[in-house]
Ligand binder design. Structure first.
Ligand SMILES: [Zn+2]
Ligand SMILES: [Zn+2]
Ligand SMILES: [Zn+2]
Ligand SMILES: [Zn+2]
Length: 354
């Protein structure tokens, strides 16, 4: 038995549980929720496993390979896994991913302890729609992890993952009734200038978009509830609109210009005001650092007088200045003179070297 065999097992089980979750949905919704939850955890554990097998084991236990291969161990919790993904694997979950997965855990626990059979056909359908919304949203994030951020690890199961993806997406038919109900509202909003795009999770044309450029906004799906942070700018080379989803990496569809957070930062900053401020010795327009994504000089003050991180799309009304490096930062800088910020170690690090 080696590590690769164990990884294979975790992934195969994850895929298997997803299949179960789909097949049980209408007849045994309770088991669908339980199996879906197990699948999410298995994929996170598989990512940990690829790093090192001991990461899969709860911190309360001494890692023991023999016990591990025989399945005789307590495994890491969702929050524990998330912490290890960030601190050890250094490919952590975003806040949004973690909160969506936590919902899956919560729902699973509720189902295990308090599940009751639906009392009417309508109640039954309602329950199914809730489950479908949750699973589609969680799958949207999990699928992105498996096929993008952690692609190298899960590449060997690419075809199985694509098959499951196809199966899960069929579930959106359960949400058709919601879409039908709200389509008049959508048509109305279109008349008022909102645009709607296809939702990457449920596939209906129900993701609501705002009109303004250079403003980070929440694009929410009126059918499944998925919410993403979006930003539109005008391409500086060809004046076509360029879209960014959740992060400051993107490309102009028209001329092919690529954008990284630092390019975006220079598009978002209020140049005029920043220039005048610099002449006056006013530091409130200085480029800041982001505690949320560890971005260096990704935080800018915009024309609408908000502080925006061009990398992770965090938006704040105000910033604090680091007492150590004197630069603005999105984090809490109360003890920064001593502890520093995400960029610099502060006095504590300085004195340690003496
Ligand atoms: Zn949706
Ligand atoms: Zn362009
Ligand atoms: Zn950031
Ligand atoms: Zn600092």
């Amino acid at each position: 038995m080696n590590k690769d065999v164990m990884l294979e097992r975790l992934v195969k089980n994850g895929l298997d549980f997803l299949e179960k979750a789909i097949s049980e949905l209408t007849e045994q919704p309770k088991y669908s929720v339980i199996h879906f939850h197990a699948a999410v955890e298995l994929f996170l554990k598989a990512r940990l496993m690829a790093e090192h097998w001991t990461l899969v084991i709860s911190h309360r236990q001494e890692p023991d390979w023999n016990k591990f291969v025989s399945g005789n161990f307590q495994s890491v919790s969702l929050d524990g896994a998330s912490e290890r993904l960030t601190k050890i694997v250094r490919s952590g979950l975003t806040k949004q991913e973690l909160s969506v997965f936590r919902e899956i855990t919560k729902h699973r626990n509720k189902m295990v302890h308090f599940f009751h059979e639906a009392h009417s056909e309508e109640e039954n359908k309602e329950q199914l729609r809730d489950i479908v919304k949750q699973q589609l949203t969680a799958w949207y994030f999990l699928h992105k992890l498996i096929t993008e951020r952690w692609r190298e690890i899960f590449e060997p199961w690419k075809i199985d993952v694509a098959n499951i993806d196809g199966e899960l997406r069929k579930l959106h038919s359960f949400l058709q009734v919601i879409y039908n109900q709200i389509s008049p509202k959508i048509e109305n909003k279109k008349l008022k200038g909102f645009t709607f795009k296809s939702c990457p999770s449920c596939g209906f044309d129900s993701q609501e978009h705002e009109d303004e450029l250079k403003e980070i906004y929440d694009a929410s799906c009126l059918v499944c509830g998925l919410s993403e942070k979006w930003l539109k700018i005008e391409c500086p080379d060809c004046s076509t609109e360029v879209f960014f989803e959740n992060e400051g990496f993107g490309q102009c569809d028209n001329c092919g210009k690529k954008f990284e957070p630092e390019d975006l930062a220079s598009e978002l900053i209020d140049d005029g005001a920043a220039h005048v401020a610099a002449m006056d010795g006013d530091d409130s327009w200085d480029m800041g650092n982001c505690n949320n994504c560890d971005g260096y000089h990704t935080v800018v003050r915009t024309e609408s007088d908000k502080y925006v991180c061009a990398s992770c799309f965090l938006v704040l009304e105000s910033l604090q200045w680091c007492g150590w490096c004197n630069e603005p930062n999105t984090g809490d800088m109360e003890h920064s003179h001593w502890a520093g910020c995400n960029q610099w170690g502060g006095r504590a690090g300085w004195e340690k070297d003496d």
